[in-house]
Design a binder for this molecule. Structure first.
Ligand code: PXP
Length: 251
């Protein structure tokens, strides 16, 4: 492997919001499986999906099919509950990312407070690690949380980039510095370091340039932006089919 390949930054594509759109009509379109296949074809290194307690987007059946039918590694984001651990042990995804979950939140608003929940988290991390699953903890870029992750035996941390992404212009540099410093602490502790949440075309470059970060997980922006890059051709195709039908031509 060359030095450049060695330093390659992996992209995990989060397909949750394809499922959000599907669920809005209760049918099967748009299919998260089809999105995952497209992500694979477009150069994604992994598929990320968050099975929330309320099943608001990804559902149990999606996890089963993503594991069985998609060749890319599956990163299952989940709360550290016994129900979710049991689901992970059933499907054995490549990775599990443990996230905090509140029913009333719109998205995962902050990182896991690992330091306050060691007694709860440590045995569940151990169970997943023993099953051969790569466990990561989704935490704020805080050295104390990183040290706790290390003590609990999690091999990976994912740094929450949300505060950096939404920061006002005069705050963003400081938020980026927190991520850079946390990534350096992760390297010192021997933790593999990932990052994600809220990343878009404008915010991705400084995070992607941090050498210790080896994986980014990105979802909402990709699905939202795809509306604009795909809407024109989809409307054009609908127009063509309608006009063909009126003219009595096979579409
Ligand atoms: N990483 C984790 C742990 C997340 O919970 C999420 C959101 O589900 C993401 C990355 C992706 O965030 P976004 O959808 O804002 O790109």
């Amino acid at each position: 492997m060359t030095a450049t390949q060695d330093r390659k930054l992996r992209l995990g594509v989060n397909i949750d919001h394809v499922a959000t759109l599907r669920n809005a009509r209760g049918g099967v379109h748009p299919s998260p499986l089809r999105a995952a296949r497209m992500a694979a074809g477009a150069g994604a290194d992994g598929i990320t999906a968050h099975l929330r307690e309320d099943r608001r987007h990804i559902r149990d059946g999606d996890i089963a099919r993503l594991k069985q039918e998609i060749s890319l590694p599956l990163n299952l984001e989940m709360a550290a509950t016994d129900e979710m651990v049991a689901i992970a042990l059933t499907h054995l995804p490549h990775a599990c990312c443990l996230v905090p979950e509140k029913r009333e939140e719109l998205t995962t608003e902050g990182g896991l407070d690992a330091s306050s929940h060691v007694a709860h988290l440590a045995p569940r991390i151990a169970t997943l690690v023993e099953a051969g699953i790569r466990v990561s903890l989704f935490i704020d870029p805080d050295p104390g949380q990183l040290r706790t992750a290390r003590q609990m035996g999690a091999p990976v941390v994912e740094l929450h980039t949300g505060a950096y992404c939404v920061a006002a212009d005069d705050q963003r540099e400081g938020e980026l510095r927190r991520i850079v410093e946390a990534a350096a602490v992760a390297a010192e502790l021997g933790l593999e370091c990932h990052a994600g949440h809220g990343l878009c075309f404008e915010t991705v470059a400084p995070v992607a340039a941090i050498p210790n970060v080896v994986e980014l997980n990105i979802g909402h922006f990709l699905v939202g932006e795809a509306v604009f890059t795909g809407l024109e051709s989809t409307i054009t195709e609908m127009r063509r089919r309608m006009d063909a039908a009126r003219a009595g031509i096979e579409p």
